[in-house]
Design a binder for this molecule. Structure first.
Ligand code: TIU
Length: 224
């Protein structure tokens, strides 16, 4: 793609990006987090709180695809034999179903099961990389950094769930690797609205200590 610079209105200040060097990274928009009967629900959460993120993500995806921007999807989950699942993660808390247990959408948070898959509205297109990650951050124990470097990407638009867990961890990891991370708040969600709001505040505080915060409308305006 030829270099095309656009200006995105954001906090704490606007940011210019080269569309050839930006990637939209959609974090863990999986049935396991968004639908009843999955990992998020097993942890005791009201998964309906995440539903409002789907339409803004879908609009942003459409805009990014129309401009030929790199789109990458991630999925949190583990191998069926759980060899990549830390015992401390498996034993954590008192969920109604643990990772690997059979649930209504198959085994909880296991690769290849229906619950592990991305929600139909945001399904990856052929050719869009899908990163299977065992941790909360998308860089940990994955080839995401390599894929981004091979494409010359320097800026990430990070969407998905949940704001203060996998989105935040990925933004922190990306920021430390030198990527400029832009977070559209309406494309992210949490089971805890206060954590969502504070998670966004943390990113943009101190002059943008981890990145920039904006919304899908302002990004789509920049892409138009
Ligand atoms: N529980 C929770 O808020 N999140 C996760 O376990 N994973 C992600 O955020 N994807």
């Amino acid at each position: 793609m030829a270099a095309t610079r656009v200006s995105i209105d954001a906090e704490p200040m606007g940011i210019d990006v080269d569309l050839a060097r930006v990637a939209v990274v959609i974090i863990d928009m999986q049935r396991d987090f968004l639908e009843p009967g999955g990992f998020g629900a097993a942890l005791g959460n009201d998964v309906s709180l995440l539903a409002r993120t789907v339409d803004p993500c879908r609009a942003l995806l459409a805009g990014a695809r129309a401009r030929g921007i790199t789109v990458i999807h991630t999925r949190e989950g583990h191998r069926p034999d759980l060899t990549d699942a830390p015992p401390a993660k498996l034993a954590r808390g008192a969920p109604s179903l643990r990772i690997g247990d059979p649930g209504p959408m198959g085994r909880i948070l296991i690769r290849g099961e229906p619950g592990h898959d991305i929600v139909p509205a945001l399904y990856p297109l052929p050719g869009e990389p899908v990163i299977d990650k065992p941790g909360k951050g998308a860089f940990y124990a994955t080839d995401l950094h390599l894929i981004l470097q091979n494409r010359g990407i320097d800026s990430l638009i990070v969407c998905g769930v949940t704001t203060e867990v996998c989105v935040h961890t990925t933004v922190r990891e990306g920021n430390d690797r030198g990527y400029r991370c832009i977070v559209p708040g309406d494309c992210c969600g949490s089971y805890f609205p206060a954590f969502h709001a504070m998670g966004l505040e943390m990113i943009k505080a101190q002059g943008g200590i981890f990145g920039w915060v904006t919304d899908s409308t302002r990004i789509l305006r920049a892409l138009a």
